[in-house]
Design a protein around this ligand. Structure first.
Ligand SMILES: Nc1ccn([C@@H]2O[C@H](COP(=O)(O)OP(=O)(O)OP(=O)(O)O)[C@@H](O)[C@H]2O)c(=O)n1
Ligand SMILES: C[C@](O)(CO)[C@H](O)COP(=O)(O)O
Length: 239
């Protein structure tokens, strides 16, 4: 019987967490005795379909290599860039260099270190939908009424029909070569690429939306920490 395929993962941990405003980058804030980055890595290291993890770090990071998890055999580290998309490119280039022969069908998953509440079921569902497809992302339908502001920003221009609106999450999964080409081409056109899917969309690809959960928050502002703490404690109870 054929074993299910396994895939490399890029974990983006090169941000500075400006909106969090903590002393250290937000991925190193401790929740329930572990850093946010360790929580995130633990979920993927214990998932049977992840073959290796490239952790993308800030050039001035002097914390990661002091953590015991840095010694894990599936983990390698590299240095990221100024913007999130530059860090993704660093990860993709590294994986390309590591593989002996270029495999056009090699998929890769990309995930924000700042999303520690990701769960095994969501990862499995994303992989099952995407592994023989163009690729896709975890996302959830927008739950609130959405307003568009006028130029002045504090007056409502109109209410947007939210029927087709989804909030993008990570992980996102695409073929490595397709994603690399899509990002390079989007950058040449000067497009603002805030996630992997947007680069793929600009390349004309039909990207799949895979239903995630609202627990997979991106820890961005100080107020997100209590919610992440609650979700992570809840997750540990169920393991
Ligand atoms: N140059 C960058 C910028 C961001 N990230 C990573 O991308 C994820 C999502 O980005 P965001 O939440 O914006 O993180 P920060 O850039 O750290 O936060 P801020 O924008 O508030 O500074 C995070 O895990 C972050 O570490 C990265 O690897 N490289
Ligand atoms: C990729 C992402 O997590 C999707 O929601 C998000 O776009 C990245 O965060 P940023 O704050 O826009 O850098």
């Amino acid at each position: 019987m054929l074993l299910p395929a396994t895939f490399p993962l890029i974990i983006l941990a090169a941000g500075i967490g400006a909106r969090m405003g903590a002393k250290q980058a937000k991925q190193y804030i401790e929740i329930n005795g572990k850093t946010i980055l360790e929580h995130t890595l633990d979920v993927f290291l214990s998932h049977s379909r992840i073959s290796q993890i490239v952790v993308v770090l800030h050039p001035k990071d002097d914390i990661f290599h002091k953590l015991p998890i840095a010694q894990h055999e599936l983990i390698t580290t590299i240095i990221g860039g100024d913007e999130r998309v530059d860090s993704v490119l660093s990860g993709l280039k590294h994986l390309n260099q590591m593989s002996n022969k270029t495999n056009e069908n090699q998929y890769v998953l990309v995930h924000d270190a700042a999303r520690p509440c990701i769960d095994h079921t969501s990862i499995s569902q994303l992989i099952e939908v995407c592994e023989n497809d163009v690729g896709g992302i975890l996302a959830i339908p927008v739950a609130d009424t959405i307003k568009q502001a006028k130029a002045e920003n504090s007056l409502i221009d109109k209410t947007i029909n939210r029927e087709k609106l989804w909030q993008a999450q990570t992980p996102q999964m695409f073929k490595l070569q397709d994603l690399y080409s899509a990002i390079i081409s989007a950058q040449k056109k000067g497009l603002n690429i805030t996630d992997e899917a947007s680069a793929m969309e600009h390349s004309g690809a039909s990207v799949r939306l895979v239903l995630g959960t609202s627990k997979n928050i991106k820890v961005t502002h100080p107020s997100d920490l209590s919610l992440a703490t609650y979700y992570l404690a809840d997750k540990e109870k169920t393991i």
